[in-house]
Design a protein around this ligand. Sequence first.
Ligand code: GLU
Length: 311
Amino acid sequence: MSQSLDEIKSALQRAIERAEQTKERGKVAAYIPELAKADPQKAGIAVTLANGETISAGDCNQQTTIQSVSKVFTLALALGTVGDRLWSRVGREPSGSAFDSILQLEHENGVPRNPFVNAGAIVVTDSILTSYQPKEALAQIVSFVRALAEDETIHIDKAVAMSETQTGHRNRALAHYLASHGNLRDEVDLTLGVYFHQCALSMSCVQLSRAGRFLAFGGGLGPQNGQMVSAKRAKRIAAIMLTCGHYDGSGDFAYRVGVPAKSGVSGMILAVVPHIASIAVWSPGLNKHGNSLIGTQMLEQVVNELDWSIF
Ligand code: GLU
């Protein structure tokens, strides 16, 4: 890495300043009522480097639920639990369709395109449930994320989990459709219960950038810290983030930003600069693909200024 900490800090501050001046903020997700309460003016960013140092700016310590960013952590756990057998139940190709689309699932006989669209993530969570009871599976997910971030305070926002449990009709439809194709092993409500709770993991940008280190640093938390998953697994998850991490906006994100990343409808994005940094951004307004509008703008600016694109 050729930049000093001061140069990185200034780049983050410039991104926040521009974010504050940007009028167009996108639309806050309203289909989960608790998420609709978010303030689109908020914007935060945090970068964690290989030496464990975290640099941040804006609303970087405010917690929000990570939503679909959790799919990265459950994929890592599922691959550790069932290994490559997972790939007989879910594909690894970009979907080109919306995060909660059912269309493709019908054409492709109940095998979701990839682990990051909702149907695929529900299958991934279900695969963890083949080895654990629902409460145990949830405890595994929470303690995995806590260990990755080295932060025991990380918890689930029960109000958001409840809000999605009450209103998650599309996910329920997807889960029943998967079950009708024999691609759900556990009961729909049990699998969805775990899925809704993993999406409601509450984290700040600082915490998320720390939890994402294993993807940037070959499966470990940095040179001095322990290995969390194999280097091969971390590399493969990052590859899927690059091709599928932003739903039907994945191509545009790769073109503009050029690093592997996973977004969530709360406006969080976790991005990975291999061997250099793990970055988390947050701003609740979303673009038409359900990805943070200002978050993408901040990542585009910082990655380009610091010349961190992988291309
Ligand atoms: N909990 C959300 C859902 O399933 C996650 C979607 C997302 O963050 O993209 O609808």
